[in-house]
Design a protein around this ligand. Sequence first.
Ligand code: NAD
Length: 514
Amino acid sequence: GTSHFSTAAEPSSSRKGSPPRVPNLIGGSFVDSKCSTFIDVINPATQEVVSQVPLTTNEEFKAAVSAAKRAFPSWRNTPITTRQRVMLKLQELIRRDMDKLALNITTEQGKTLKDAQGDVFRGLEVVEHACGMATLQMGEYVSNVSHGIDSYSIREPLGVCAGICPFNFPAMIPLWMFPVAVTCGNTFVLKPSEKDPGASVMLAELALEAGLPEGVLNIVHGTHDIVNAICDDDDIKAVSFVGSNVAGMHIYSRASAKGKRVQSNMGAKNHAIVMPDANADATINALVAAGFGAAGQRCMALSTVVFVGGSKPWESILVERANALKVSAGTDPDADLGPVISKQAKERIHRLVQSGVESGARLLLDGRNIVVPGYESGNFIGPTIVSDVNASMECYQEEIFGPVLLFMEADSLEEAISIVNKNKYGNGASIFTSSGVAARKFQTEIEAGQVGINVPIPVPLPFFSFTGNKASFAGDLNFYGKAGVNFYTQIKTITQQWKDSAGSSRINMAMPTS
Ligand code: NAD
């Protein structure tokens, strides 16, 4: 189909040669914002301005919420089989446009094309799962709770829901949100990351092409103001957020104070514990892939390795394999990792590595001064390894979100587990070992929501849920899976009585009992 994104790209006479403006989606139409301020979307490998994203006006935001509110009554009454069929079509269209989506992600976000395909694919799997919503949304029934009386519960949609997205998975995270929400019968207002909004717009085009009625999915771009408007709006019943803790805790409290449901997935410091009996080759490859893949900009990226028995035996081979990775623009077919998202992110990562060195850590591999030929102005950082790190260092306490692996040491599995458990975050943690006893102890005692046993990035598939805990999550109901369906629905419990006769003619003033 024709892309509304490129339609918006057609330069008007006054904007000849200017980058395309990213449209909002309001009530089924892609429309340019009338706002006066736009933010540049920048290709992190080249600094080229890809497009401009609007700081949507409050009026436009209200129009998006009203469109969603108007679409709700008929969409919630649309048969669930019809709603599922929209998802069945959507998954087909996402497959059709996989390469286009991946190229957009690489251009705006920087990750390699292959990794960008993975970004789309892990979201696609949520769409596939939503195709079985009738079963997922099924209620419960108990007959004859009293004489002639049955009780049953149904899961009903909430109304207008909203989603606020981070930059690091421009396709997967919007797809954690709206497919589940709308297939449950809700309507939706999506606020993509202002750093890479293109994939959300393309996915919305596909959703319309798949038959999603107008107003069911709306998109408004912007930053803090639009986020605060989402938190405050009385017509929005639930907010899904993925991003940093500063934004997430603000959104959690502000939206909760307005009586909304909130699910908030936030920052991480994911550890791996490596036991001396781990399969060396598999472990080394897993650590390198999980530490440096996507330039460390995954919420489940590995950031800290705790070596039980010391890091020395592992250091030189890890440095060698990390150093062999190719850092280049994501469009380079040989690239293993691309740039980080922005100049500011690069500076922040440099500063955190430097603070580690200044507080006594050893820099085993320094990727900070890398220059990528042909992409000299890209935000590149090569794989960086910092050893002799301890828990009091700033580089350990802060989420680095870059291609930096920290090495720590422990004398025993107990000590290693206690290091991980003391960290405030609880997204993911993995153990590498050939001992079932050690693995089972780790699984039982570790305080993290997503646990890997010889698996470096244990992100659950959509029939489970994304179950980070501690400071990595706020709320009760996680994203996707059964918990996701429960988040986007509320339970109504019905008690019905059908008797042959009219029943007793007495008035019973006591609490009914059977
Ligand atoms: P971010 O918090 O800067 O931005 C996320 C969203 O919140 C954006 O849409 C942004 O416009 C908005 N926002 C930012 N600051 C705000 C504020 N003060 N008030 C209101 N809105 C605000 O996050 P990011 O840099 O885009 O993403 C990286 C972060 O996301 C990392 O911390 C990473 O660990 C986390 N993350 C977590 C998960 C998870 O599932 N736990 C997944 C992906 C990313």
